[in-house]
Design a protein around this ligand. Structure first.
Ligand code: HEM
Length: 402
């Protein structure tokens, strides 16, 4: 029988994109890989997924069908070098320590600390807190650091009227990035964007990068762009990386945060966690496994290759079904130990392994600590799923302490 937690997860996926749960559940049968007419190869096996991630000779992230192709249309062909050429090697080498745990923990305390404290205080005072709304603000705060925008910059760039609400600029920044991410809707068969979408995406990306040059010049070394400068990244790379980080780490992170709170409640894991706080890293890992916000990762074949007995030819599209692979292991369970087969496939693999993985861990851990500090479990008083979004999530998730 399907668990309550799983039922909510599948309904949430369907609200985002109606065909998504069908595809992702059917994808669990795509083992090791299966060809679907017009769409390409679907991969439902962790070993084959890792083999593809590690094979830069036959698989590309910048050809049609993969995310780099989408990006090249938005910010220019130089992205090819940022993603795949020698520029990518240099970028990864220089940014190796950009998100070391010591730095990400400090970043989270600096940009989110007071907002997290407010959540703890509100819950302790018996108030109802909308975690979905809070997650958008928390992530907006995190993104403002990645792109070097102060609240005043956000108000100026996006024409925000004067407001007394200190969270409003961060909501606006979140919505801005989400609009850019949602332009990815409908790119399942092809990553070629129509001219209107390209024009809109370029405007959104340009606005997002507005503050980067000044922040790169002047920002303190405890900010992300200040660190990029110190680590020797050139301005052009820091600028491209800032947009990339914002887009990669906005909806995915807010989705993981909100769904984590719902999953813990729906599986009764919150009570288990309160009894055994040392299980926090397991709760975070299980959240990422079960939600797998980057549910599908694309690659294109650039040279003939045989994988698991199948012959793939140049031009073929490959879709690694991250969600399907990770969820084949079983339901959300904070008592589940590390699974060697899936490792951390929710963050991809090989040379493009998520750059923000440590930041994600620090942010999810900090949110969990803010929720459990009172020592009491929570109940959900209202939930609504967000409709028509590239990365499915909750629109509303109101909780209060039991
Ligand atoms: C739960 C949240 C997140 C998930 C599930 C996630 C997942 C992923 C995945 C699957 C990839 C590989 C894509 C591919 O191979 O085509 C990736 C790449 C990337 N992620 Fe994340 N990500 C998350 C949050 C973040 C955050 C917060 C940042 C910002 C610091 C970030 C920055 C990046 C960057 C820059 C890349 C590209 C790396 C490269 O091409 O070398 N991500 N992410």
């Amino acid at each position: 029988m399907i668990s309550t937690a799983k039922r909510h997860e599948l309904t949430l996926l369907a609200a985002g994109q109606p065909w998504l749960p069908v595809l992702l559940l059917a994808g669990q049968a795509a083992k090791p890989l299966r060809k679907v007419p017009r769409l390409g190869w679907f991969v439902g096996d962790p070993l084959v997924a890792r083999q593809i991630y590690n094979d830069a000779t036959h698989f590309s992230i910048v050809s049609e069908g993969a995310v780099g192709h989408w990006w090249a249309q938005v910010i220019g062909d130089w992205v090819d070098d940022l993603f795949e050429g020698p520029g990518h090697n240099a970028l990864r080498a220089k940014s190796r320590d950009l998100f070391a745990a010591k730095y990400t923990d400090a970043l989270v305390q600096r940009v989110m600390g007071p907002a997290l404290k407010e959540i703890s205080n509100d819950l302790a005072a018996g108030k109802t807190v909308d975690i979905a709304e809070r997650a958008r603000v928390l992530v907006g705060r995190s993104v403002s650091d990645l792109v070097g925008m102060e609240p005043g910059d956000i108000a100026g760039i996006f024409g925000l009227p004067g407001t007394d609400d200190p969270d409003e600029p961060f909501r606006v920044l979140f919505d801005h990035v989400e609009e850019l991410v949602n332009l990815g809707l409908g790119t399942m068969a092809s990553t070629a964007l129509d001219p209107d979408a390209v024009a809109r995406a370029r405007t959104l990306a340009r606005q997002l990068a507005t503050s980067v040059p000044a922040a790169y010049e002047r920002a303190d070394t405890d900010t992300t762009l200040g660190r990029c400068r110190e680590l020797g990244l050139e301005l052009e790379h820091a600028s491209g990386l800032a947009i990339l980080m914002a887009v990669a780490g906005t909806d995915t992170l807010a989705s993981a945060m909100t769904r984590m709170v719902a999953l813990l409640h729906d599986s009764d894991g919150h009570r288990g966690l309160l009894a055994a706080p040392e299980r926090t890293p397991d709760a975070v890992r299980e959240t990422l496994r079960v939600t797998s916000p980057a549910y599908l990762v694309g690659r294109s074949v650039t040279a003939p290759v045989e994988i698991a007995g199948r012959r793939l030819v140049p031009g073929d599209h490959v879709k690694i079904l991250t969600w399907s692979i990770n969820n084949a292991v079983g339901d959300f369970d904070i008592h589940r130990d590390y699974i060697p087969a899936t490792r951390q496939l929710w963050f991809g693999g090989g040379r493009h392994l998520c750059l923000g993985a440590q930041l994600v861990h620090s942010e999810l851990t900090a949110l969990l600590e803010a929720l459990t500090v009172t020592g009491r479990p929570w109940e959900i008083v209202e939930r609504r799923y967000r409709r028509k979004v590239f990365i499915p999530t909750y629109q509303v998730l109101k909780i209060r302490l039991s």
